[in-house]
Design a protein around this ligand. Structure first.
Ligand code: FEO
Length: 397
């Protein structure tokens, strides 16, 4: 991909990864991008690099712009999708200074062990003149790693936002207004749910800090996906809602089944939800990836977990999704477990224990059925669905 001018003398010089399908456990069915940005001012400045296999794309793009040497290389984030190509890029483009946060320097040393690199450590509020422009740095610890920071250029009203506001979506387009809006927001929501949800309190602090500093922003350039230029306030507003974990009247039934008994229970619970007029989705764990499930969790009010009992516990697929979900810390959810069993039947209790640990509001001790459900058992499932439906429609959790 050729460089793209995003503001006068500021260029996207990153790489498109069309083929990645798994990003440390997050499914990326439409690939991703590793964005990097070059400012041509009195000081030639590069913001972030790319994943190691894409180093030639980045260097070629920089050279296409007539740049053979950098003055500054700003490392907003050290995770290797943004720093993997650093050793080669530093060798070829020989920056005078490598600008990073205090935690960034530590992380760079821990990754690359190069004390000879010309580090310049900056902190929140610190400025760096590029000539006609002045950079302002904003440390954003844990969004996504301790080292993360964002860079703001007041003259261009441009926020270079690192992982924040990103999406894993490979496209030939570079700007938000060039793609389908619904799909764009869906990718941004999936990214938030799977990367940033557990740091939601820090996202709230970031939004407050941006307001406190009075940053005027008319473009947000993240390190993944499309650049927000048509209305950056829209994605900031979405982040506000997601970080407050605002839910809507929606229930999820997440389940796995051995011999379709738990599935029959799931369908009967869905029938009860439907009778109450509550929105719901059935998510079979054999057919839905954990990261797509997390996207649905983002705005769900109730989550119903179904698993057969196997080997005195829950199905491994259920353990997987619960472990993943617990780490991402959704809050304010109603939860309940159900499932079929043969003789011991521990799955429902084990799931309920995890829901309690996650501080879900657990509706009851769960619903178990021995082997195949009878019509009476299924009626109990419908009743449970109706109970959940009522809660979804009235509960403030
Ligand atoms: Fe896109 Fe936290 O790296």
């Amino acid at each position: 991909m050729q460089p793209v001018e995003i503001k006068k003398d500021i260029y996207w010089v990153g790489a498109i990864d069309w083929n990645i399908r798994d990003f440390h456990g997050y499914s990326t069915p439409k690939g991703t991008t590793y964005n990097a940005f070059l400012v041509k001012d009195d000081k030639i400045t590069l913001f972030d690099v790319v994943k190691k296999p894409f180093k030639d794309d980045l260097v070629q793009n920089v050279k296409r712009l007539g740049v053979e040497k950098l003055d500054y290389l700003v490392v907003n984030h050290v995770e290797m999708d943004h720093s993997g190509a650093l050793p080669e890029v530093i060798e070829v483009l020989r920056p005078e200074r490598i600008v990073c946060s205090p935690a960034g320097k530590k992380a760079l040393m821990d990754h690359y062990h190069r004390e000879d690199w010309p580090f310049e450590v900056v902190e929140t509020g610190q400025e760096l003149s590029l000539g006609k422009r002045t950079l302002q740095f904003l440390e954003t610890r844990m969004l996504h790693w301790p080292d993360s920071m964002m860079s703001y250029i007041e003259e261009d009203r441009l926020l270079i936002s690192s992982d924040g506001f990103g999406q894993h979506w490979a496209t030939s387009e570079r700007f938000d207004d060039e793609v389908n809006q619904e799909e764009l927001l869906a990718h941004a929501a999936k990214y938030y749910a799977n990367i940033l949800l557990l740091f939601s309190p820090l996202v709230q602090k970031l939004i407050a800090k941006v307001q406190e500093l009075g940053l005027q922003i008319d473009m947000i350039a993240p390190d993944h996906g499309l650049i927000w230029r048509s209305d950056p306030g829209r994605i900031i507003q979405a982040y506000n809602s997601w970080s407050l974990q605002e839910s809507r009247e929606k229930a999820l039934i997440i389940y796995d089944t051995m011999w379709q008994s738990t599935e029959k229970m799931a369908f009967a619970i869905a029938e009860g939800l439907n009778q109450e007029g509550a929105a719901f989705k059935l998510l079979n764990l054999k057919l839905n990836h954990r990261s797509d499930i997390m996207t649905e969790v983002l705005d769900a009010k109730a989550i119903v977990f179904g698993s057969s009992t196997i080997n005195n516990g829950m199905m491994p697929s259920m353990a997987d999704v619960l472990c993943y979900m617990k780490g991402l810390r959704p809050i304010g959810k109603l939860g309940v477990a159900f499932g079929s069993y043969g003789w011991s039947g521990e799955a429902v209790k084990h799931i309920t224990d995890v829901l309690t640990e996650m501080k879900f509001k657990v509706l009851n001790g769960g619903l178990r059925v021995r082997f195949a459900p009878t019509p009476e058992d299924l009626e109990k499932c419908v009743d449970l669905g109706r109970q959940i439906g009522k809660e979804v429609k009235r509960a403030k959790v």
